[in-house]
Design a protein. Structure first.
Length: 300
C-alpha cells in the first residue's frame, strides 16, 4: 500500500502576470480607458471643422457671418438651393461632371500604366530596381508651382487651355509615381508560384495580369485607385490656372463664392459639403478594401 501524498498548492503567479482567463489588472484597464478617451478626443477634434461646415451650410448668411457663429440659429436650405442654381447663380453640374470625368479617366489610366510597371519592379524585378523606385519617388519632390508656368506655356501653344483632357493627362502624370510605389509593395506579396503555374499553362503576360495578379492584389489596387481618385478630385492649382468656363472643375467652382462683394460663407459651406460627398461615398464603399490594401504585407 503506497503512502498518500498531500495535494500541493498551485504555484503563485509571477509578479506582474495574470493567469489565463483572469480579469486584467487595474492599471492595464486604466491605461486602456485613457487610450480610448484620448483616441475619441483626437477624433472629435479633427471632425469639428467638418461638423462646423455642415452646420453652417444649413444657416442663413446673416447667421453664418456672426462671430462667434450662432449654434442656435434657425436652419434653412437656402445655401443648397443657391448652390444648385435656384437663386439664379451658376449651375454646378458642369464643374461636377468635369471633376468626375477627369478623376475617373486619370485613375483608370494610372492603374493601366502602374500595374505592369509594378509587376516588372516586384515580381520580375529589373536590375537596380531600387534606383528606379527612387526616381519615381523623386518626381514628387518637385514643387507643383515650379512646373506651373512651363505647363501653362505648353498648353497655350498646343491649344489645350480649358480642355478637360489636359487635366486627365496632368492628373495621370502626377498620380503615376505614387501609384507605382504603392502597387510595387502590394504585388511583392503575390506568390510567384501561382504566376509560374499560369505561365506553364500557356497564359501570356496580359492574361497573367488580368486573371492572376489583379484578383490577388485586388485590395491593394482598390486602395491605390481610391487615393488617386481623391488626389485628382481635390486638385485646385492646375485646374484654376489651366481651365476656364468649359473645363472648370468642382474645386474651381468653390472659389466663385469668394467675390468682391464678400464671402458667402453659408453658400460656400453648402457647396463644400456637396463637393465632398463623392469622396466620402467612395471611401465608405471601399473602406474594407482600403484598410485591407493599406495593411497588405504589414504582417509576414
Amino acid at each position: 500500500m503506497s503512502a498518500s501524498t498531500a495535494p500541493t498548492a498551485p504555484a503563485p503567479a509571477a509578479r506582474g502576470r495574470t493567469a489565463p482567463g483572469s480579469p486584467p489588472p487595474r492599471r492595464a484597464r486604466r491605461r486602456a480607458t485613457l487610450a480610448a478617451v484620448a483616441a475619441w478626443t483626437v477624433g472629435v477634434v479633427f471632425c469639428l471643422p467638418a461638423l462646423w461646415m455642415v452646420l453652417t451650410s444649413f444657416h442663413a448668411e446673416a447667421d453664418a457671418a456672426t462671430n462667434p457663429p450662432s449654434l442656435a440659429a434657425s436652419l434653412t436650405l437656402d445655401g443648397y438651393r443657391t448652390f444648385f442654381g435656384d437663386g439664379g447663380g451658376a449651375t454646378p453640374w458642369p464643374p461636377l461632371v468635369n471633376s468626375l470625368s477627369a478623376s475617373v479617366f486619370s485613375t483608370v489610366l494610372v492603374l493601366l500604366l502602374a500595374l505592369p510597371a509594378a509587376y516588372a519592379l516586384s515580381i520580375r524585378p529589373v536590375r537596380k530596381w531600387t534606383d528606379v523606385m527612387f526616381f519615381f519617388l523623386s518626381t514628387k519632390m518637385l514643387p507643383v508651382v515650379a512646373g506651373l508656368l512651363p505647363v501653362y506655356l505648353f498648353a497655350k501653344n498646343a491649344g489645350l487651355l480649358d480642355n478637360i483632357w489636359l487635366l486627365v493627362l496632368l492628373y495621370t502624370s502626377m498620380n503615376l509615381p505614387i501609384a507605382v510605389w504603392m502597387m510595387q509593395s502590394f504585388l511583392a506579396d503575390v506568390p510567384v508560384s501561382i504566376i509560374e503555374a499560369a505561365q506553364v499553362d500557356g497564359a501570356r503576360l496580359p492574361t497573367v495580369l488580368r486573371r492572376v495578379v489583379a484578383p490577388v492584389a485586388g485590395p491593394g489596387i482598390a486602395a491605390t485607385a481610391l487615393i488617386c481618385f481623391i488626389f485628382s478630385w481635390n486638385e485646385l492649382l492646375f485646374a484654376r490656372v489651366l481651365t476656364g468656363v468649359v473645363a472648370g472643375t468642382a474645386p474651381v467652382h468653390l472659389t466663385t463664392f469668394v467675390t468682391s462683394q464678400g464671402l458667402f460663407l453659408a453658400q460656400l459651406c453648402a457647396a463644400s459639403v456637396v463637393v465632398s460627398l463623392p469622396v466620402l461615398v467612395a471611401g465608405y464603399a471601399a473602406q474594407d478594401k482600403l484598410v485591407q490594401g493599406l495593411s497588405l504585407g504589414a504582417v509576414k
